[in-house]
Write a protein that binds this ligand. Structure first.
Ligand SMILES: [Zn+2]
Length: 373
C-alpha cells in the first residue's frame, strides 16, 4: 500500500506552496544518500519524498491527487505516466527549483555514479499576458506563442576537456600570504562539464536554436494587474544535461469600459433619469456573468449604492467572491421645454421637492465607510 503524499512530507492537507517546498527540502536533506551511504531505507524515503513533492508542487497533479488519490497516476487513471520511472536524475532536476540551481555543486557531490557537476539551468523567459475581466473572473487557459531556445536536432555533447567534466577549475596562485587555491566555474563549459560535440547548422555555440512554440498557461481566477506567475520548465532549454528554465508570466489587466475594479469588488456607474428616480423603475445592467435586472425604488436618491453580493471577482488571498456595487447617479436635465419649466416653477416651493434627508439617506462618506466595513 502506497503511503499518502501528505504523510510522506509530514504536512497538512491545506499546506501552501511554501510549506510544501520547505517540508520537501527538509526530507531531502535528511535522507540524502550522500549523508546516509548504503542506507537503503533512507534512499527509499528520499525517493518517496521526491515523488510526493513532484505531485504536490504541481497545481494540476495536486488537484488530481486530492480527488483520486494514487489512482490518479496509475495506468489509465487519467493522470498520464506513472512514477515508476522517476530516477535520480529526475529527482535532481527538481532541485534546481528547490535549492536554487546549485545543489549538485554544493555539499552533496558524488553518490550517484560518479561526481556531479553544477546542473546548468536554461534562462527564464518573461512574457506578458493581457486579460479581460471575464477571464480573471473564472481563470483561463491561455495559449501563448513563445520563442524559446531548444536543443537543436542532432546536437551531441561531450565531456569538457578544460575541466575534465568537473565544471570548475582550480587555480593555485602565490600571494604574500602563501599559496592560495581558488575554484571557479570552468570558462569553457560554464560549469556544466559538457561542451558541444556535434553542432548542427543554425545552432548557437551551446547547440541551441530558437523555436516558436505555443504553450498553454493555466491562469487561476482573481489575478491582479502586475502579478507574476511561474510556469516551470517551459523557458529556454540548457545545453547538455542541464535543466530547462521557467517562464515568468506577467499579468496585464485590460480596463473594462463599464466596470471598475477595486480588489475583488467591482463598481458600476448607473445613470437614471429624474422621473425614473422619482417614480421608480427597473434597469438592466451588464455584469461579468451576464445581464442583471435591478430595481430602482420609488424616491431613489443620487449616490445610492446597490450592492450585488458575489457578483465581483474571486479574491486571491481570502475565500469568497467580491461584490458589484452599482452607484446610482440621478441625471438632472440640462435643457427643459417651456412646459417642463412651468412644471418645475410651479413645484419649486412644494414640500415634496424640498430636500429632507433621513437616516436611511446616508451621506457619501457614511456610505464609503459602510462599503469597507
Ligand atoms: Zn569545463
Amino acid at each position: 500500500m502506497k503511503k499518502d503524499y501528505y504523510e510522506v512530507l509530514g504536512i497538512k492537507k491545506n499546506a501552501n506552496e511554501t510549506e510544501i517546498k520547505k517540508a520537501y527540502r527538509k526530507k531531502a536533506v535528511q535522507n540524502h544518500p550522500d549523508k546516509n551511504p548504503g542506507d537503503k531505507a533512507s534512499e527509499e524515503r528520499f525517493k518517496e519524498a521526491a515523488e510526493a513533492y513532484e505531485v504536490l508542487s504541481n497545481t494540476d497533479k495536486k488537484a488530481k491527487y486530492d480527488r483520486f488519490g494514487h489512482a490518479a497516476f496509475e495506468n489509465g487513471g487519467g493522470g498520464g505516466a506513472g512514477f515508476g520511472g522517476m530516477n535520480m536524475d529526475d529527482i535532481f532536476s527538481q532541485f534546481g527549483d528547490i535549492f536554487g540551481g546549485h545543489f549538485g555543486g554544493g555539499g552533496f557531490g558524488g553518490g550517484f555514479g560518479g561526481s556531479r557537476q553544477v546542473r546548468v539551468k536554461g534562462s527564464n523567459l518573461r512574457i506578458r499576458v493581457k486579460l479581460e475581466l471575464k477571464d480573471i473572473l473564472n481563470g483561463v487557459d491561455k495559449k501563448v506563442k513563445v520563442k524559446r531556445l531548444v536543443r537543436a536536432k542532432g546536437v551531441t555533447y561531450k565531456t569538457c576537456d578544460t575541466c575534465d567534466g568537473q565544471g570548475s577549475v582550480t587555480r593555485i596562485t602565490n600571494t604574500i600570504l602563501g599559496r592560495m587555491q581558488t575554484s571557479a566555474a570552468c570558462p569553457s563549459c560554464h560549469g556544466s562539464g559538457e561542451i558541444v560535440d556535434h553542432r548542427p547548422q543554425g545552432a548557437n555555440a551551446q547547440g541551441l536554436i530558437s523555436k516558436e512554440e505555443t504553450i498553454e498557461i493555466n491562469i487561476p481566477p482573481g489575478v491582479t494587474d502586475g502579478v507574476q506567475l511561474k510556469v516551470s520548465g517551459k523557458g529556454n532549454e540548457a545545453p547538455g544535461n542541464g535543466i530547462t528554465g521557467d517562464i515568468h508570466v506577467i499579468i496585464q489587466e485590460v480596463t473594462h469600459d463599464k466596470l471598475k475594479r477595486e480588489g475583488s469588488n467591482l463598481h458600476y456607474d448607473l445613470y437614471v433619469s429624474f422621473p425614473e428616480a422619482a417614480l421608480g423603475s427597473s434597469r438592466e445592467i451588464d455584469t461579468l456573468t451576464g445581464k442583471v435586472r435591478i430595481k430602482i425604488e420609488e424616491g431613489t436618491q443620487s449616490g445610492k449604492i446597490l450592492r450585488l453580493r458575489g457578483k465581483g471577482l474571486e479574491s486571491l488571498d481570502r475565500y469568497g467572491k467580491g461584490d458589484l456595487m452599482v452607484h446610482i447617479n440621478v441625471w438632472t436635465p440640462k435643457k427643459l421645454s417651456k412646459e417642463q419649466k412651468e412644471f418645475f416653477n410651479k413645484n419649486k416651493k412644494d414640500q415634496n421637492f424640498a430636500p429632507n434627508p433621513s437616516n436611511s439617506d446616508k451621506s457619501f462618506f457614511e456610505k464609503v465607510k459602510d462599503m469597507f466595513s
